[in-house]
Design a binder for this molecule. Structure first.
Ligand code: A2P
Length: 344
């Protein structure tokens, strides 16, 4: 039996990628509902190469008509609609940050903690809601998981270089329009971002917290603990850069057990979801431009950190719309389907 699937936010940067990914991976869907705001009702979006779906208004949709819903329409929409969808018996996979840290909502990266999925069901004390992590967290924990199993990760220092698509399609448009405008001397008018994003780098993603970190940085810390291990200490510095797709991370880790550079590289070569490209040559590392449209988390520039006892440094790049959002959501849906879980 196939599933009735709803994609909420189907006109957005992540929503479109969700539809593409569902089709590409042949998700067993009998019916796919493409939902967005009433402004977009009647518009068309692609589902795979050949099919076109007509957008329906989210506020008129009855979630009794869906078994699984992938949400990517912002936190406010998720907060307002996802609990009701769950109560209607639909399993919600939510890409926003609205429920990620709730105890009765599993936060899942299928390569890392698939077994927590059962806790989402109402029969097991859940709300039929599963959260998808922040894009920067998702790619990082895929790389950290095998290292943690083998060597015990104690501390992580991570600096991110995040693409504008992490702020949705408006973020990508802002980069495009500003870049073009600067060449013809148009005045720069930041809207989605706090400062000029074209030809710049902005060390400010999401709002500031009292301790001086941004909420994006806080999310990386608490989500890594929830997904992988509460004992891991993680400090992050998150920066938006003028790239359309692909988040990059410079990662510095310390482990309990000693590692050799070769052992570390070999371990990651075997890890699910990871591709290691690591030669000390021009073509021997991956940049965000090259990872766009790819599913893997790419690891390059592996080297020992000589300043601590058991330390390693590496570069981690992934398509934030894929592993960071749409792909991970679809992988969670696949997990639900493989295990025959139902919200009813
Ligand atoms: P719409 O295009 O109709 O505004 P992005 O993250 O790329 O900015 O995309 C956001 C997605 O969320 C879009 O599909 C947008 O639909 C959808 N969305 C935003 N607000 C609502 C809402 N109140 N109800 C339904 N969908 C919404």
């Amino acid at each position: 039996m196939g599933y009735r699937v709803a994609v909420v936010g189907a006109t957005g940067a992540v929503g479109r990628e969700m539809l593409q990914t569902l089709a590409e991976r042949n998700f067993p869907a009998d019916k796919v509902h493409a939902l967005a705001s009433s402004r977009s009702a009647g518009r068309e979006v692609s589902y795979g190469e050949d099919e076109v779906l007509t957008i329906s208004a989210l506020d008129k949709f009855d979630f009794a008509e869906a078994d699984i819903a992938l949400f990517s329409a912002g936190g406010e929409t998720s907060k307002a609609v996802a609990p009701k969808a769950g109560e209607a018996g639909c399993i919600v996979i939510d890409n926003s940050s609205a429920f990620r840290m709730d105890d009765d909502v599993p936060l899942i990266v299928p390569e890392v903690n698939p077994d927590t999925v059962d806790g989402a069901l109402r029969a097991n004390g859940g709300r039929n809601i599963i959260a998808n992590p922040n894009c920067s967290t998702a790619q990082l924990v895929v790389a950290l998981k095998p290292v943690h199993n083998a060597f015990g990760v104690r501390r992580v220092v991570v600096s991110t270089y995040q693409a504008t698509s992490g702020a949705g399609k408006d973020g990508m448009d802002e980069l495009f329009n500003q870049t073009r405008g600067i060449y013809v001397n148009d005045p720069v008018q930041p809207e989605k971002f706090t400062k000029q994003i074209a030809f710049n780098a902005i060390p400010h993603i999401d709002r500031f917290l009292d301790d001086g970190f941004t909420r994006e940085e806080w999310k990386m810390t608490v989500e890594t603990k929830k997904i992988l291990d509460p004992a891991i200490e993680l400090v992050a510095h998150c920066v938006r850069i003028p790239v359309f797709i692909g988040h990059s991370e410079a990662v510095f880790i310390e482990t309990g057990k000693p590692m050799t550079e070769k052992g570390f590289r070999d371990l990651l070569r075997e890890a699910p979801g990871v591709t290691v490209i690591d030669h000390r040559a021009n073509e021997g590392y991956v940049t965000p431009h090259e990872c766009a449209g790819e599913d893997a988390v790419f690891i390059s520039r592996i080297r020992k950190d000589p300043t601590v006892e058991n330390g390693m440094v590496f570069w981690c790049v992934s398509d934030n719309l894929r592993k960071g959002a749409a792909l991970n959501s679809v992988q969670i849906a696949e997990l639900v389907a493989e295990r025959g879980l139902s919200g009813r």
